[in-house]
Every structure is written in C-alpha cells, then in structure tokens.
Design a binder for this molecule. Structure first.
Ligand SMILES: Nc1ncnc2c1ncn2[C@@H]1O[C@H](COP(=O)(O)OP(=O)(O)OP(=O)(O)O)[C@@H](O)[C@H]1O
Length: 597
C-alpha cells in the first residue's frame, strides 16, 4: 500500500468521491443481500403457512430495495468515474510538469517510449484501480462481512461450517497475488521495450531503410515480442491454476451448505425458507470471490504502474534554482561571461575522461567567441555548461560577475538563445516555430528575424508562406532551411547571449556569410559564441579557442592563430588547400577576404 500512500496527494482531495464510490457500492451490496431475506419471509411466512396477506407489502419492499440499490449503484459509478478521471488528470499534469523540470542528465539516459508508456498505460492502470477496483475489492470484503453476519443470524453453526472455506480462498488469493506481481512487472517492462522499439523504428525510418536494416529491426522486435508473449503465457498459466482451485473450493462450500442444511430442514431444525435464503446469500458471497483474482490482478497492475510513475515523479532534478536564486530584470543583464578554471565530467560517465579541463574564458558584452576543435573536443560542453544544462564540476562560470549557480534559471536561459546543429521544428506553422520563445511577437518582429536569418525569401516561396505547417520534425524542409528557421527563432528573442552550435553547417558559405553580417549588427553589445568546424565561420571572432581533448590548446584572433604552428593553422591549411592564393593573401598583414563557395 506504500505506492498508494505515495499517490495520496493526487486523489485525497477527492476523498468525498472516494467515500461515495465505496459507500455507494457497500449500500448496493447490503441491499442486494436483502433479497434472500425477502425470499425467506416469502417461503416461511407466506407460501408454507398459505398466508398471502402481506404479499403486496413484500413486493413493494422489493421494489423499494431495487430503487435504492439502483441509486447507490449510480452514486458508486458517478463517484468512481469522477475520482479516477480527476486523479488521472492530475497525474498526467504532474508527470508532464516533472518532464519539464527534469534536467539534461535525466534525458541523457531516458527512453522516449518508456516515458510515453508511463504517461499513458500506467496512469490508466492507476485510474482503473483507484476509481473502481479499490471499491470493488472493499465490496468483496463487505460482502463477506455482511453476508456472514446475516447468515449467522439465521443459523450460526451452519454459517461457521460453510464459511470456514473463506480463509482457504483468502490464502489462495494471496498466493496468487504473490505469484502474479513479478509477472506483471515483467509485462510492463516488456510493453515499454516494445514501445521503445516501435518508436525508434519510426523516428529512424530513414536510417533503417537506407542501410537497409529492416531484417535486423524485425529480429530486434521479434525478441521483444517473444518476451512479451512469454510473459503473457506465464501469466496465463498462473491464471489457469488459480481458477479451477478457486471454483472447486467455492462450490464445495455450497455443496456443504445444501447437504447439512438439507438434513437440518428434514430434521426440522431449520426452515426451508432459511435454507433457501442462506443458499442465496452464500451464492452472493462466493460470486465476487471468484472475481477476487481479477480484482487482485487489477490491484497488482496498478501497484506496478504506481511504482513506475512514482519513480518518475520522485526522480531527482540535478539542475535547479537554489534557495535564494537571484532574479534579474532583462534590462539589467549585460552579458559578460567568464569561465574560471572550469572542469567537468558528465554525470553517469565517471569512467570517461573529463569532458573539460581547466577552461578559462572571458567574453565581455558584445564580444564574439569562436570555438574550434575536433569532434568530441568539448566545444558543445562549454555552451551546455554556460546554459546550465549541467552544473560545472570544478571552477565557476559567471554572468556579469554572478555565479550562474546562484542565478535564477529562467533569468539565465531567457537571456541566452541557442541554435543547435540539429534544428528541431514543432509540428505547427513556420510563424509559430519562429515565435516559439516569444509567443506574443508581432508579425513585423517575426518577419524581421526571418529576414536577418535569410529565411524570409524561401518562406515566401512556400504555398502558405509563414502559415505553412512544417510536418513532424520539420520534414519537408531542407536542413539549411530548418537551420535558418532555428536562427530566426533565436534572433527574435534578441538575447544578451547568442550561441550558434555548429548551426550554420548546413548552409552554403554565401548564405552563412550574409547571416553573419546581419548578426554582427544585431549582436552589437551582446555576446556571441560560435562553434564551428569551418574556419570561415570564425574568422571575425574576437577570440577563438582551439579545443582538443577538453582543453584549450590555442587561443587568439584568426590572424594570430594562422601565424602560429598548431591545430588552427593545420585546419586552415586543410580547408584552404585547394585555394593557395587565399591563404597566401592572409599571411602578410593582407586585407582579409571572404571565401565564398
Ligand atoms: N550527454 C553526454 N553524456 C556523456 N558524455 C558526453 C555527453 N555529451 C558529450 N559527451 C562526451 O564529452 C566529450 C565532449 O563532447 P562535446 O559534445 O562537447 O564535443 P564537441 O567538441 O562539441 O564535438 P562535436 O564537434 O562532435 O559536436 C566527448 O567525449 C563526448 O563523448
């Protein structure tokens, strides 16, 4: 029950509905037990003595019971429905909110399909049990209790004899619960693995088809599917043993009642009406006991679902505001970034070498910092730390002199806009995609940002212009077009700090150059970080950091760096190998020239 205690915050505020669901069912059950009593009166007091005077009254009483029972059932259904659905709504909201709060270390290892199944199937399992299953389980207990009391008032010895079977049924039910719980856990895990396979297959369909790996994917899916099937077969064999056992025992108690009760009626120590009435009551008690397995099944499923959901809801948030986080007005932020002796190792990757080691960097407002280096050298990590996707290991990062760990996260991130190499577009219009970080942006602002990002012209060529819906993950647009929309999205924010993480890689040099010219105007007095593999993207930077294995191995301006032996010059020479005249012109204090592709 710990799981349900953990979920209490989500349903306890609706305890009125919980009470309604439980009481409604309890009253309906108690009234249902009234029928056999009426039957007893009918047989013993009317049919046997031939006294039919009270028959109309009895019939009216039966109608009254039926009406009341129907009303109670309505209260149960209404309250259970309200309770379950309101609980499910709250759980969905809380889980989604948690997904917004969880930081990058969580998403580094999270699997989309698994999260999807927690937010859908698991919540459904909990809704079913807390809305209805719980009341039904309690109802079974009520039935046994009320039925026992009523039967005992008729003949307690016969009652004890027949009801002695109940503990045996309870024992089997508990054994069943213990056996079935791990099976359900495995089934849930298998469902989640299958969902992950399907989801990854759809997301990566281009890779799958172009390699062509359909057979391999089928093999992977088959093993997950087999695992799912085997778990269900396992479940079926637990069920198969349970049903005959429970049916045998339940029927044995009826046989015992008829045998002993029959003898008692013949001996006149029990009236016929009492035996019929007790038989009716026993039938009513035994019927839900057969279902006890289903109810326990419902309970275990929802317990397993609750465990998985609570696991998500209780996940630690690695990066969050500290208690006295400093909130700054946008206008008070200048955008002066400093890294002091920053080292960092990715969480959960303790065995890997540090991603960054002893990084120092000073980026005054308005400066452009370039980052160049081989793949995996730590460039993206620098900007991830700057946005506090992760907290630094050693050293510190400051914004306008304030350690970013002391800054309010929203203050920091609102003033920093990043464009990634892989641009993510939402399934909505281009207009909304550009205005993603600033929902109240005017059309003029959106168009201006798109023009600066060199996106306006191609957008106007689309059939619906800015109202064109870009499909899931922006399919239908080229990589360069998507990048330009992502750049426009960042520029619209007019951030103090702009980060371009290899975000012009899909553009031709001409377009890239035009965008950079535009950026220089927009980013005056703002701070820009440009990560690039192309020297042409960095030559205007105020300082270029050349990275290797998490360290800065060279730093300076383009003109200084091409004169020094080292990685930068090697990269430069490689990239301009087919244009010796370009590199020649660079060397002697010559005017810089843009290289167009
Ligand atoms: N989320 C992560 N979890 C664990 N390790 C990571 C993660 N992201 C990057 N790394 C590791 O950190 C190191 C630096 O990676 P980073 O992404 O900063 O390199 P990069 O210079 O930006 O590379 P690229 O040019 O290929 O984008 C690499 O060894 C990489 O494997």
């Amino acid at each position: 029950m710990n799981v349900f205690r953990g979920l209490r915050a989500f349903f306890w505020q609706d305890k009125g509905f919980l009470l309604g669901a439980v009481l409604g069912l309890a009253v309906a059950t108690a009234l249902g037990l009234g029928y056999p009593l009426l039957l007893r009166v009918l047989i013993d007091d009317m049919i046997v003595p031939g006294e039919y005077a009270g028959l109309t009254g009895l019939a009216l009483l039966a109608v009254g019971i039926i009406v009341l029972k129907a009303c109670s059932q309505y209260v149960h259904g209404f309250s259970g429905g309200r309770l379950g659905n309101r609980l499910a709504y709250r759980l969905r909201q809380a889980s989604y909110k948690k997904l917004q709060e969880l930081s990058f270390p969580f998403y580094d290892t999270a699997r989309t399909g698994d999260l999807m199944s927690r937010l859908t199937a698991d919540i459904e399992g909990i809704r079913n049990f807390i809305g209805f299953g719980f009341a039904q389980l309690l109802n079974t207990a009520f039935l046994v209790l009320f039925g026992f009391i009523m039967m005992a008032t008729i003949d307690w010895r016969l009652t004890l004899m027949t009801m002695a079977i109940i503990p045996v049924l309870g024992y089997i039910a508990v054994k069943f619960e213990l056996g079935i719980h791990p099976v359900f856990r495995s089934i849930r895990a298998a469902v989640s693995r299958l969902t992950v396979s399907v989801q990854e297959n759809i997301m990566g369909v281009r890779t799958v088809k172009s390699f062509p790996s359909e057979e391999h994917e089928m093999k992977k899916f088959r093993s997950g599917n087999e695992n799912y099937r085997d778990n269900h077969l396992n479940l079926a064999s637990v069920w198969a043993k349970y049903f005959p056992a429970i049916e045998f025992i339940a029927n044995a108690s009826v046989v015992l009642l008829l045998l002993v009760g029959g003898i008692m009626v013949i001996n006149k120590s029990l009236t016929l009406g009492s035996l019929v009435s007790m038989n009716g009551m026993l039938g009513m008690i035994v019927a839900p006991l057969w279902n006890l397995g289903f109810q326990i099944n419902n309970y275990t499923q929802s317990k397993a679902a609750g465990e998985r959901l609570l696991e998500l809801l209780n996940k630690p948030i690695h990066v969050k505001n500290n208690e006295h986080a400093i909130v700054l007005e946008d206008k008070d932020i200048r955008g002066h970034i400093r890294f002091r002796d920053v080292s960092f190792r990715y969480p959960n990757h303790e065995k890997q070498p540090s991603a960054l080691l002893g990084i120092d960097l000073d980026a005054p407002p308005g400066s452009v910092i370039g980052l160049l280096g081989g793949t995996g050298s730590g460039k993206s990590t620098i900007v991830q730390l700057l946005l506090r996707a992760y907290d630094v290991g050693d050293g510190s990062i400051t914004l306008d002199g304030i350690d970013i760990r002391d800054l309010d996260l929203a203050t920091l991130r609102r003033q920093s806009a990043i464009v990634f190499q892989e641009s993510f577009l939402f399934s909505t219009t281009i207009r909304e995609n550009i205005a993603y970080g600033k929902a109240d942006a005017s059309d003029e602002e959106i168009v201006r940002a798109a023009k600066l990002a060199q996106a306006h012209d191609f957008i106007m060529e689309l059939p619906l212009g800015y109202d064109t819906i870009v499909g899931e993950r922006g399919m239908g647009l080229s990589g360069g077009q998507k990048q330009r929309i992502a750049i426009a999205r960042a520029l619209l924010l007019q951030p103090r700090i702009l980060i371009l993480d290899d975000s012009t890689s899909a553009l031709d040099m001409e377009t890239e150059h035009v965008i950079q010219q535009a950026l220089r105007e927009v980013m005056k007095d703002r701070t820009t970080f440009i990560i690039a593999h192309r020297i042409s993207s960095l030559r205007q930077a105020d300082e270029i950091l050349v990275m290797a294995k998490g360290r800065v191995v060279q730093r300076g301006k383009h003109e200084q760096l091409i004169r020094q032996p080292g990685l930068y010059r090697e990269t430069y020479q490689t990239q301009y190998a087919d244009r010796p005249e370009e590199s020649e012109r660079e060397r002697p204090n010559g005017q810089e020239r843009r290289v167009t592709g």
